[in-house]
Design a protein around this ligand. Structure first.
Ligand SMILES: Cc1cc2nc3c(=O)[nH]c(=O)nc-3n(C[C@H](O)[C@H](O)[C@H](O)COP(=O)(O)OP(=O)(O)OC[C@H]3O[C@@H](n4cnc5c(N)ncnc54)[C@H](O)[C@@H]3O)c2cc1C
Length: 297
């Protein structure tokens, strides 16, 4: 193994790097750039672009790995290999320039490719699993390549969640299309978002809860009249009941408490337990207990 000087930030102020604009200091953030550097670190919690993560306002006393430096993009024919840290919108634009279709859904939300594979992210009728070919992952001992069949993809789920695999890079198989058609589809996706979802000017983390099978979390929450509910600086968005916005100086505990109210209302009215889509990073005991009750991972 080649030992290299790894970039490490200590007491890293994370708040402004999260899409919720919430979070305290992280004791150590490692920024590996190569696989060798990864292997030096072992298995630690991973952060991508923090667009699906509620970071504790109390911070986190451990070390985390950021994939921000894994920025490789290789396009060969209809195959695309992307480093985990590449942002979805950047990759979508890049492949569109090559007349490759399949990643149009990534244009409208700020995830990293690693986070999107881990979450099997999707929108507008497309999801990662549709175009996924393989991924290079780190299982804590070795680097392995997993095929699509080994990823156990389902709605907002991949095997990486069950096994704590770290995605280092992913390969996608796309289809050739007229670039104008691809651009039109991406514009439509962006327009849809502008009219249906809060922009990041209202800091948020995307959908808070997953859709229960055959149902819509937003609809169920709407029927429980949660729009406008507030805890501290956290508020259910007035235009869509499955979004929480940071309307002021929201703390992580405000968000978790608001989620608790939302989840309880749906449970009481419909007998359905909404499962959180967002993730938590922190080690504050009270919040960790709340996460257990909420089933936030
Ligand atoms: C405005 C807005 C709109 C959104 N719309 C959508 C949408 O339409 N569809 C959708 O699916 N999502 C949506 N999201 C949520 C989010 O963008 C996705 O879940 C995305 O996949 C998260 O990527 P990330 O890099 O930000 O992940 P992070 O928030 O950094 O991490 C999320 C989880 O993934 C894990 N993770 C991150 N990188 C890796 C890696 N390399 N290997 C292993 N695990 C990793 C983390 O440990 C964490 O558990 C939206 C978010 C926002 C803010």
């Amino acid at each position: 193994m080649r030992f290299v000087k790894l970039l490490i930030e200590e007491d890293y102020e994370i708040k402004n790097h999260t899409s919720f604009k919430i979070g305290g200091k992280i004791a150590k953030v490692y920024f590996p750039e190569t696989i060798d550097e990864f292997l030096q670190l072992g298995k630690l919690p991973v952060i991508g672009n923090l667009s699906n993560t509620l970071v504790s306002s109390f911070g986190y006393s451990g070390g985390v790995i950021s994939t921000a430096k894994l920025q490789k993009i290789e396009i060969s024919g209809q195959k695309v290999i992307s480093g985990a840290g590449v942002r979805g919108p950047k990759l979508a634009q890049k492949v569109a320039e090559h007349g490759l279709s399949g990643l149009e859904f990534m244009i409208g939300f700020p995830g990293s490719v690693g986070g999107e594979v881990y979450m099997n992210a999707g929108a507008h009728g497309q999801e990662v699993s549709n175009i996924f070919k393989s991924a290079k992952i780190y299982d804590g001992k070795e680097i392995k390549t997993l095929s699509k069949g080994e990823m156990d993809f389902s709605y907002r789920h991949s095997i990486c969640q069950d096994k704590n695999y770290i995605v280092l890079e992913a390969e996608f198989e796309l289809v050739q299309k007229n670039p104008d058609e691809i651009k039109k589809q991406m514009d439509e996706n962006l327009n849809f978002r502008q009219s249906h979802q809060p922009s990041l000017a209202l800091p948020n983390c995307g959908s808070i809860f997953k859709n229960p099978e055959g149902n819509s979390a937003g609809k169920l929450l709407d029927e429980c009249f949660v729009k406008g509910l507030k805890v501290g600086g956290a508020e259910v968005w007035e235009n869509h009941a499955n979004f929480i916005i940071n309307a002021g100086d929201a703390a992580s505990k405000d968000v978790l408490s608001l989620m608790f109210m939302m989840q309880n209302r749906v449970k009481e009215k419909f007998g359905i337990e909404l499962m959180p889509e967002i993730r938590y990073l922190g080690d504050n005991e009270e919040e960790v207990e709340l996460c257990k009750l909420l089933k936030v991972q």
